[in-house]
Design a protein around this ligand. Structure first.
Ligand code: FMN
Length: 349
C-alpha cells in the first residue's frame, strides 16, 4: 500500500541516518578558506546576524532543512526542531508532505510546527509529484495550498531528489511537465527549489529562475548522501544496496554548486554544513543563509537541551567567523573573496 510504504520510508530515513554513516566521504566545505583579518572592523557584539528571506527576518542565517513528518517519531522530531527554530528565530522546513496529503492521519506530525512562533516556515513537496506524467499523483495548486495551510507555512520548498529516486526500487522518476507545472505554481506561491544532496548546476539554476522560483537551496554533495541512505534500506531485489553504493558520491560539490547556481536569486548553502564555520563559508560564497539537516537531526536525537546548546554554539561560531573576516553582517561576507583549494578547486577548473 502506498501510504504504508511512505511511512516506512520516512521511518527508515531517520533510523538509517542516525545509525549508519551516510555522509559523503569528502566534505568540500573544508576546501573553502575565508581570509583572516587580524584587525576586525567592528566589535564582536556589533556583528549583525539578521537576514531577510522571502520577506521574513531571521535572527541568524540558518535554516533547519526539510527532513521529516509522516510518522509518530517524525512528529516528535518536528516538534523539537520547531521549538528550536522558534527559540533562535531560524527558518524551518518540514519533510515531504506527500504522506499527509494522501492520508490525513499523518497531518499532526507536520502541523505540530504551527504551534510555534517561527519567522519562516516552509512546506515541502517533491518534483516527481509535480510532474504531469505522474498519473494519479500529479499535484498542482490545490495540493500546494493544502500543504501550506497544514503547517501555516509562508512558502514551499519543491525538492529535487532524482538521485534518490533512481536508486530506489520503487522510485518515482517522472519529470516531464515539471517545469511547466512549477511555472504555474510560482505564480501563486513563494517557491524555493531545493536539491537534496546532489547540487544544482548553473543550467538548472537558470531554468528554475525562469520558472519563477524565489530562491535556490543548492543542497550539494558533501553531507548526507541519499544514495547512501537508500543503500541501507531493506530491498528484496538488492538493487538499492548496489546502486546506492555505486552512486554514493554522485553530484555537484556544495561549494561548486554555490558558485554555479549564483544566478541572481537568494541562495541557500547546504549539503554537509556541520558548524558555524561551514555556515560562514556558505555566506562567503554568496548565501543569504545556510541549511542544516543531518547534523541537527543527530543533536535532536539526544533531546532538546543538546539541540539548543548546539544551535547556540553554531550561532556563536558564525558571529565569530564574520568578525574574524572583517565583516560586520551577512551581506559583507559576500565580499570576502574566499580561497578555494584542493579537490574543490580542481573540480572548478
Ligand atoms: C532524515 C532526513 C530526511 C530528509 N527528508 C527530506 C524531505 O522529505 N524533503 C527534502 O526536501 N529533503 C529531505 N532531506 C534532505 C535535507 O533537507 C538536505 O537537503 C540534505 O540532507 C543535505 O543536507 P545535510 O548534509 O545537512 O544533511 C532529508 C534529510 C534527512 C537527513
Amino acid at each position: 500500500m502506498v501510504i504504508r510504504v511512505i511511512e516506512d520510508r520516512k521511518g527508515d530515513h531517520i533510523r538509517i541516518c542516525l545509525e549508519h554513516d551516510v555522509q559523503a566521504r569528502y566534505n568540500h566545505w573544508d576546501d573553502v578558506f575565508i581570509p583572516h583579518r587580524a584587525i576586525p572592523t567592528c566589535d564582536l557584539d556589533e556583528v549583525d546576524l539578521g537576514v531577510e528571506l522571502l520577506g521574513k527576518r531571521l535572527e541568524a542565517p540558518i535554516i533547519i532543512s526539510s527532513m521529516t513528518g509522516g510518522s509518530k517519531e517524525a512528529g516528535r522530531y518536528n516538534e523539537l526542531l520547531a521549538r528550536a527554530a522558534s527559540e533562535f528565530g531560524l527558518a524551518m522546513g518540514v519533510g515531504s508532505q506527500r504522506a499527509a496529503l494522501e492520508n490525513p492521519r499523518y497531518r499532526d506530525s507536520y502541523s505540530v510546527v504551527a504551534e510555534y512562533d517561527i519567522p519562516l516556515v516552509l512546506g515541502n513537496l517533491g518534483a516527481p509529484q509535480l510532474s504531469r506524467g505522474n498519473e494519479g499523483n500529479n499535484y498542482g495548486k490545490e495540493e500546494v495550498e493544502r500543504a501550506i495551510d497544514m503547517i501555516g507555512a509562508h512558502g514551499i520548498f519543491v525538492h529535487l531528489n532524482y538521485l534518490q529516486e533512481v536508486v530506489q526500487p520503487e522510485g518515482d522518476t517522472t519529470v516531464r511537465g515539471f517545469i511547466e507545472n512549477l511555472e504555474a505554481l510560482c505564480r501563486d506561491f513563494d517557491v524555493i527549489a531545493k536539491e537534496t544532496g546532489a547540487g544544482i548546476s548553473g543550467t538548472d539554476a537558470l531554468l528554475l529562475k525562469d520558472a519563477g522560483v524565489k530562491a535556490l537551496d543548492v543542497g550539494g554533495m558533501s553531507g548526507t548522501s541519499f544514495s547512501a541512505v537508500e543503500s541501507f534500506r531493506k530491498d528484496d531485489t538488492g538493487f538499492a544496496e548496489r546502486s546506492g553504493r555505486t552512486l554514493r558520491e554522485w553530484g555537484i560539490p556544495s561549494p561548486v554548486s554555490m558558485v554555479e547556481a549564483n544566478v541572481g536569486l537568494p541562495l541557500i548553502g547546504s549539503g554537509g554544513i556541520r558548524n558555524g564555520l561551514d555556515v560562514a563559508r556558505a555566506l562567503s560564497l554568496g548565501a543569504t543563509a545556510a541549511g542544516m539537516a543531518h547534523h541537527l537531526l543527530e543533536q535532536a536525537s539526544k533531546g532538546y537541551e543538546e539541540l539548543a546548546k548546539e544551535i547556540e554554539y553554531i550561532i556563536r561560531e558564525v558571529r565569530s567567523v564574520i568578525f574574524l573576516s572583517g565583516a560586520t553582517c551577512v551581506r559583507d561576507m559576500w565580499d570576502t573573496s574566499p580561497i578555494i583549494t584542493g579537490r574543490t578547486a580542481d573540480y572548478m577548473k
